[in-house]
Design a protein around this ligand. Structure first.
Ligand code: HEC
Ligand code: HEC
Length: 370
């Protein structure tokens, strides 16, 4: 992984050498996207605005109106409504590397550590060391260069402290995605406290000072943090895609006739067949090949917790762990697997699964644990 990253970086840097824009090249990805040397929109020699691939950006003439007058009935239909400032604010939750978008809120590291221990430690460990296969959140600083010399053993340990270039986007990540079983349940202040605790575990110094238990974390504090790997990412020239592609201007594929195929994770055999002027795929399910969809879903989605019994998940194949489950009605067990139950996330975290497939998976698990 690291070797291939390195190769890509080497290719990118040799690419930059032949580029006439190389004089503007930055050595690392800046925190503020407005400071990127190549704006996403540029101008050609006639002053037309151009896109990444050099194509001219034309004005759109579609006027967006709040009501739509049907040409047939002449009636006004109210379609949707204008997004209010409050709606936009609710959606606009991303946080940029330079901290733009960080909300208000504050919490001490000590309180943050308590929230972490209650809501995160079951998977990430009391000190961010990671339980089983769950991500390690602390340590590894200085290990990124281990791989090339040692042939991968020991491996670099990539954590938020050792690998991530910027801390601020993790506010957004944690607030949106964690804890895994109850995303979006933390207050802004709690996320600040937790971030402070994770930074303290990584022994990050801010403005030359250690992070103490009494340190209060807020927007201003997070903006002052510099992680050790901040300059470890090569700036990727957004105006030059790494694969060359020429825009088709004539005899192009009729996109209205293209079919977008959704290949399910339980697909094991993909048989390409060629239709008239387009590709279509026939996807055979594992069921058809005799393996059972329950096993496939289990391996992909449930094994992470149910192989090891993390957070009290009944272990596959362990009769005693499943004894109390067997005492419930099968309907209740299905309901728990589909809607979630304590630390068991709805559908094991993959809400795209069909109810009936989750049920097959539960049956597979109970069958294996008799
Ligand atoms: C039930 C287990 C579980 C719990 C509880 C949980 N996490 Fe996670 N966490 C995960 C998993 C799994 C991932 C990896 C997700 C992915 O890669 O899509 C993850 C990823 C992360 C990452 C990104 C790590 C990286 O290296 O990119 C952070 C940060 C994180 N969690 C913080 C938290 C915090 C803070 C809490 C508590 C508020 C928490 N997690 C609770 C399972 C959990
Ligand atoms: C993030 C960890 C995690 C993942 C992933 C996960 N489980 Fe669980 N599961 C748990 C935990 C923890 C429990 C125990 C909950 C309790 O008893 O409080 C549990 C319990 C269960 C139970 C018993 C419910 C009951 O009625 O007692 C079933 C059935 C189950 N899981 C099915 C699944 C299936 C199916 C999947 C995959 C689609 C899955 N789990 C993925 C953590 C997980």
């Amino acid at each position: 992984m690291y070797t291939s990253m390195r190769n890509i970086i080497l290719i990118l840097s040799s690419f930059a050498l032949v580029s006439n824009l190389s004089a503007q090249k930055l050595s690392y990805t800046p925190a503020n996207p407005d400071k990127y040397p190549y704006p996403s929109v540029a101008k050609d020699k006639n002053g037309n605005k151009t896109n990444v691939d050099g194509a001219i950006i034309r004005k759109t003439y579609i006027k967006v109106t709040e009501t739509y007058k049907s040409p047939i009935s002449g009636k006004n239909y109210k379609f949707g409504k204008k997004a209010s400032k409050a709606t936009l604010k609710a959606w606009n939750t991303d946080v940029r590397p330079d901290g733009k978008g960080l909300p208000s809120g504050r919490m001490s590291v000590q309180q943050g550590a308590q929230v972490f221990s209650a809501k995160c430690a079951v998977c990430h460990g009391d000190f961010g060391e990671g339980v089983d296969r769950f991500p390690v959140l602390a340590g590894g600083i200085g290990t990124l260069k281990l791989h090339p010399e040692s042939g991968g053993d020991p491996k670099p340990l990539k954590t938020l402290g050792s690998y991530a270039p910027y801390i601020a986007p993790f506010f957004w990540y944690i607030h949106t995605a964690m804890p895994l079983s109850a995303p979006r349940s933390l207050s802004n202040s709690e996320v600040y406290g937790i971030l402070g605790y994770i930074l303290q575990l990584n022994e990050i110094r801010v403005n030359g000072k250690d992070i103490e238990d009494s340190t209060v974390i807020d927007r201003k504090f997070i903006k002052a943090v510099h992680l050790p790997n901040e300059k470890g990412f090569e700036y990727n020239n957004l105006r030059k895609p790494d694969t060359h592609n020429t825009r088709c201007m004539s005899n192009c594929i009729d996109t209205s006739k293209m079919v977008v195929m959704h290949i399910k994770t339980d697909a094991t055999v993909v048989v390409p067949t060629f239709g008239k002027g387009r590709y279509s795929y026939k996807v055979k399910k594992k069921e058809e090949t005799g393996g059972g969809i329950g096993k496939t879903i289990y391996d992909n989605t449930c094994a992470g917790c149910h192989n090891s019994g993390v957070a009290g998940a009944p272990k596959l194949g362990n009769k005693a762990d499943w004894a109390h489950v067997r005492k419930e009605s099968l309907g209740d067990v299905f309901k728990h697997a589909i809607n979630g139950f304590n630390a068991m996330p709805p559908k094991g975290g993959d809400t795209t699964l069909k109810d009936k497939d989750v049920k097959s998976t539960v049956k597979y698990m109970m069958e294996k644990s008799k």
